[in-house]
Ligand binder design. Structure first.
Ligand SMILES: NC(=O)c1ccc[n+]([C@@H]2O[C@H](COP(=O)([O-])OP(=O)(O)OC[C@H]3O[C@@H](n4cnc5c(N)ncnc54)[C@H](O)[C@@H]3O)[C@@H](O)[C@H]2O)c1
Length: 311
């Protein structure tokens, strides 16, 4: 039983992490500015402080205590959107991390787990990418996340034990179905179910590592009490490479209806192909992704159908 600050619990990943912490009997506090999240996603029982992690005054409004850990998950999460206003991206994703770190220092909190991203790597070759691979982000989003990782690294010197989880492409129930610029699987699935057609911006040969939300939640929880993950940067994916074409074909097969697909255009800062070497996650966190793509897509499809029936 502990008390945890989970930033971004009105969003896809933050809400799922908060649910798990509550199930385990913990108290959970969240800060969320509702920029992309929805208040209805915040699990019952979470103490919600509406506000922005980049606003230093917000930390006066949360319970003043030593948190067992901070899960810093709030953030603008799209490479494409970071091109609209790079300064905003810097403030909302990177300056926020500094404020979180300062709050950890002043509250005596010793543990932070950070939602970093695959986007820090940029263009890579056609093989699984380990954490030792060079980082050359192609979007402002990736630059800001990489800077955050480095802030966390520096604060290790002040006794804050952090772990940066470089999340690959996370999908699953709870993803925002109305945001057509964030989340590859949610975008295609929403188009398929709601419009009966899919429009792919970019090449069908691009490939990704698609990791199911429950496995990602487990990776965050695995960090608790795990000293071997202190000061570490860890890829969280499946180690399986899936092309956009394979994803679309699987989704349509599982849906079982005629769907027209148009491939056209591209997205700023998009990476051609990347998938994870997850040896470090296995070694340091005992991480073992359980949900294969077909199972995950079926679970998500069920959820999406439920959402559209209720709409
Ligand atoms: N979903 C993915 O595939 C993926 C992959 C890599 C990394 N990530 C990272 O994981 C985190 C969560 O992503 P998600 O998919 O759940 O996105 P999301 O948009 O569903 O959730 C983000 C939440 O953070 C809130 N938020 C954003 N900026 C904030 C700020 N400055 N202060 C307070 N609240 C703020 C939003 O309102 C939202 O509720 C992000 O930091 C993202 O960069 C996600």
């Amino acid at each position: 039983m502990g008390i945890y600050l989970v930033t971004g619990a009105a969003g896809f990943i933050g809400s799922a992490v908060a649910v798990k912490l509550l199930e385990l009997g913990n108290k959970v506090v969240t800060i969320d500015n509702l920029s992309t999240g929805n208040v209805e996603n915040i699990p019952e029982g979470v103490e919600f402080i509406e506000g922005d992690c980049q606003n230093r005054d917000i930390y006066k409004k949360i319970p003043q205590c030593r948190y067992d850990a901070i899960f810093h998950i709030a953030g603008q999460s799209s490479g494409e959107i970071s091109f609209d206003d790079p300064s905003y991206d810097l403030r909302t994703n990177t300056e926020s991390t500094l404020h979180i770190l300062k709050h950890a220092m002043s509250s005596g909190t010793k543990r932070i787990v950070y939602a970093s991203t695959v986007s820090v790597y940029g263009k890579v070759g056609d093989c699984p990418i380990s954490e030792d691979h060079s980082t050359f982000p192609e979007s402002f989003y990736g630059v800001g996340k990489l800077a955050s990782e480095n802030y966390l690294r520096i604060y290790e010197n002040y006794g804050i034990n952090s772990t940066s989880l470089r999340l690959f492409n996370v999908y699953g129930p709870g993803q925002n179905l109305s945001n057509m610029r964030q989340g590859m699987v949610s975008i295609f699935m929403a188009q398929m179910v709601m419009q009966g057609k899919i429009h792919v911006k970019g090449s069908p040969d691009r490939f990704r590592d698609l990791v199911y939300i429950d496995d990602v939640v487990d990776s965050f929880l695995d960090c608790l009490g795990c000293e071997s993950s202190y000061g570490q940067i860890i890829n969280i994916g499946t180690g399986v490479r899936t092309s956009v074409r394979e994803l679309i074909d699987d989704m349509i097969r599982l849906y079982g209806q005629e769907i027209s697909v148009k491939y056209e255009g591209s997205t700023a800062g998009d990476i051609h192909g990347i998938y994870a070497d997850i040896s470090r996650a296995r070694q340091k966190l005992n991480f073992n992704p359980m949900i294969d793509l077909e199972t995950g897509l079926l679970k998500m499809l069920d959820w999406v159908k439920g959402q559209t029936n209720n709409a």
